[in-house]
Write a protein of this length. Structure first.
Length: 171
């Protein structure tokens, strides 16, 4: 497994709509493993393929914390994820992103989602997720459509975050 380069805002790959994966094969499984290792290395709870420079509809997620306080591994590998149902109930969640380092903001999301995807072995799965896991899945699937969480907040808040990012990159 390998740690992959993370792409950060304003890289153009982060605003591209991703292409579906034709089949889950050994190359895709290696990519899934490398994405998961990269996500753990950077202490993330989700990672989408555009964040490592690939315009493919692939995400990895791990929202679990063990009883001793350590994270993972309880990975979800999702190829071609598609949210097929969203709850009417919404929640606000303080989100951050490995591609928008050091920043976070309150984002309104659906409390629950149902997602259809192909798993690590290429089998179709349907998962009903709520609360934190649902937020992560919505955040990561947004990446596959070229949407960052900062695109879902007010212009004022977004501009404040972008100024902070510019200041960080200038230092």
């Amino acid at each position: 497994m390998a740690i992959l380069k993370l792409y950060t805002y304003p890289d153009k790959i982060l605003s591209q709509k991703c292409e579906k994966v034709a089949e889950v094969n050994d190359d895709i499984r290696k990519l899934l493993d490398d994405m998961l290792e990269t996500m753990y290395e950077d202490k993330g709870v989700g990672l989408a393929a555009p964040q490592i420079g690939l315009a493919k509809r692939i995400i990895v997620v791990d929202d679990k914390v063990s009883e001793d306080g350590t994270r993972g591994p309880h990975p979800l590998y999702m190829v071609n994820p598609e949210i097929i149902k969203r709850s009417k109930e919404k929640i606000w969640f303080n989100e951050g992103c490995l591609s928008v380092p050091g920043q976070c903001a309150e984002v309104e999301r659906h409390y629950a989602v149902t997602v259809k995807y192909l798993d690590y072995n290429g089998n179709e799965q349907i998962l009903e997720a709520e609360d934190y896991l649902a937020v992560i899945i919505q955040h990561e699937t947004d990446h596959l459509d070229g949407i960052l969480y900062i695109d879902r907040i007010s212009r004022l808040k977004r501009n404040m975050i972008l100024k902070k990012l510019k200041k960080q990159s200038d230092n």
